[in-house]
Design a protein around this ligand. Structure first.
Ligand SMILES: Cc1cc2nc3c(=O)[nH]c(=O)nc-3n(C[C@H](O)[C@H](O)[C@H](O)COP(=O)(O)OP(=O)(O)OC[C@H]3O[C@@H](n4cnc5c(N)ncnc54)[C@H](O)[C@@H]3O)c2cc1C
Length: 337
C-alpha cells in the first residue's frame, strides 16, 4: 500500500516535522515486485528508510520513502571457527546483537545499543568502542532500485572506511539492502581496550568478562552518556572525526597542546571533532531550538520544534568556526536529505 503525504516526524530521531509524497513498507521481495509495477514508484525519487537515526530531513521529501521491514534472524552456517548469522534488514540492530550474545557468538558486543536497523549498519560501517561493523561483516543482499535485480555484496565490494561505504558514494540511493550476514567468533575474544569499558567492568566488579558483560558495560556507558532521542531529538554524532596528515597535526599540537587526537592509517591523525567544537565554545550553547549537546559537543540537538534547515544552518555555523580556528573542515556523518 502506498500512502500519500505521509508525516515522517516519528520516523526520524531528530523529530523534524516533514512529510514525504509517498510512503510504503517493503518486507519481502514480492512486495518490491508489486511496487515496481506502480507508476508512482517508477517516476518518483527514492529513499530507503530504516530507523531514521542517521538522517536529517531539511525539507519535505518529494518522492517515495521505502520503509524497510525485512525480518528474521538466524544462523545460516557454522564452520570450525565461525558462525554466520543472517539478519533481515528491518531487524533492530541491537536485537541482532542480543541474538548473537545469546548464542555466545563474539564480535558485535562493543556495538551494543547503536540505534537503527540492521540494514543501515553497512551504510556507514557503524562503529563504537574500538570496533567497526567491517570486522564482523561477511556479505549482504540488496535490491537494485531501478532494475529490481538482486545483488550480493562481499566485504571487499562494500569498500568500507571510517563511517563510510560504497552506499554513501557510488551506490548511494541505488539499492535497498534486504539482509546482512555477519561472521562471528565461536570462541569470542573480547576487546576492552577502550578505556571506558574497562572502567565500567571494574565498577561492575567483573574480572573475567564474558561478551554479555562487555555488552552490559557498553549499554551502561551509552545510556549514561548519550542523549536519548525519545527525550531530545538528535542523530548521535553529527560530524565525523576528521583525519589530517601528521605534519599538520604536529603544527596544530604546538598551538594547542591539549589537542585530542589518535593515530590513524598512513601517517595521519584522527582529531576529536567534539574537542574542537567545545574549544570553539559551541558545547551546550543553545540558539533558538537548536544547539550542540551540553555533555556531548558532537551531538547536534533539536530542543523541540526545530526545522531541518535550522539544524543544518547551526551545523554549518559550527563547521565554519572550526575551520576558522583550526583550518580543518569537518564532514557530516549524518545523511542530509
Ligand atoms: C543516540 C544515537 C547514538 C548513535 N551512536 C552511533 C554509534 O555509536 N556509532 C555509529 O556508527 N552510529 C551511531 N549512530 C547513528 C545511527 O544509529 C547509525 O548510523 C545507524 O546504523 C542508522 O540506522 P537507521 O536504521 O536508523 O538508518 P536511517 O537513519 O534510517 O538511514 C541512514 C542512511 O542509510 C540509508 N539506509 C537505511 N537503511 C537502508 C537499507 N536497508 N538499504 C539501503 N539504504 C539504507 C538511508 O537512506 C540513509 O541514507 C547513533 C545515532 C543516535 C541517534
Amino acid at each position: 500500500m502506498i500512502q500519500e503525504n505521509f508525516n515522517l516526524k516519528k520516523f526520524n530521531t531528530f523529530g523534524v516535522d516533514v512529510s514525504c509524497r509517498y510512503f510504503t513498507e517493503i518486507g519481502t521481495a514480492k512486495d518490491f515486485e508489486e511496487l515496481k509495477k506502480n507508476k508512482k514508484y517508477s517516476e518518483a525519487k527514492k529513499l530507503v528508510l530504516g530507523g531514521g537515526s542517521n538522517l536529517l530531513f531539511t525539507k519535505d521529501f518529494d518522492g517515495i520513502v521505502l520503509h524497510n521491514r525485512f525480518e528474521g534472524i538466524g544462523v545460516v552456517s557454522v564452520d570450525e571457527d565461525y558462525a554466520f548469522v543472517k539478519a533481515g534488514a528491518g531487524e533492530v540492530w541491537h536485537e541482532v546483537v542480543l541474538y548473537c550474545i545469546g548464542k555466545n557468538f563474539g564480535g558485535v558486543e562493543n556495538l551494543s545499543l547503536i540505534p537503527g536497523y540492521a540494514g543501515a549498519a553497512p551504510i556507514q560501517n557503524i562503529g563504537a568502542y574500538g570496533e567497526e561493523l567491517q570486522q564482523v561483516f561477511h556479505s549482504l543482499t540488496a535490491i537494485d532500485l531501478e532494475s529490481g535485480e538482486q545483488k550480493n555484496f562481499s566485504l571487499d565490494e562494500c569498500r568500507f572506511g571510517y563511517r563510510d561505504s560504497i552506499f554513501k558514494r557510488e551506490a548511494k540511493n541505488k539499492f535497498m539492502i534486504t539482509d546482512v550476514t555477519l561472521r562471528l567468533k565461536k570462541n569470542p575474544v573480547i576487546n576492552t581496550t577502550y578505556g571506558a569499558i574497562e572502567k565500567e567492568l571494574e565498577h561492575m566488579k567483573i574480572t573475567s568478562p564474558t561478551i554479555r558483560d562487555v555488552s552490559n558495560a557498553v549499554i551502561k556507558i551509552r545510556s549514561s552518556k548519550l542523549p536519548d532521542p525519545k527525550v531530545i531529538g538528535n542523530s548521535g554524532s553529527f560530524f565525523k572525526n576528521p583525519t589530517i596528515p601528521i605534519e599538520k597535526y604536529d603544527r596544530l599540537q604546538q598551538l594547542f597542546p591539549d589537542l585530542v587526537a589518535y593515530p590513524a592509517q598512513d601517517n595521519t591523525m584522527k582529531i576529536s571533532a567534539g574537542w574542537m567544537i567545545e574549544k570553539c565554545g559551541w558545547k551546550g550553547k543553545r540558539i533558538g531550538n537548536v544547539g550542540m549537546h551540553t555533555d556531548q559537543a558532537l551531538v547536534l540537538v533539536n530542543y523541540g520544534g526545530a526545522t531541518g534547515r535550522e539544524l543544518l544552518q547551526h551545523a554549518a555555523e559550527v563547521q565554519k568556526s572550526v575551520k576558522e580556528n583550526f583550518g580543518i573542515i569537518m564532514e557530516a556523518e549524518v545523511n542530509v536529505v
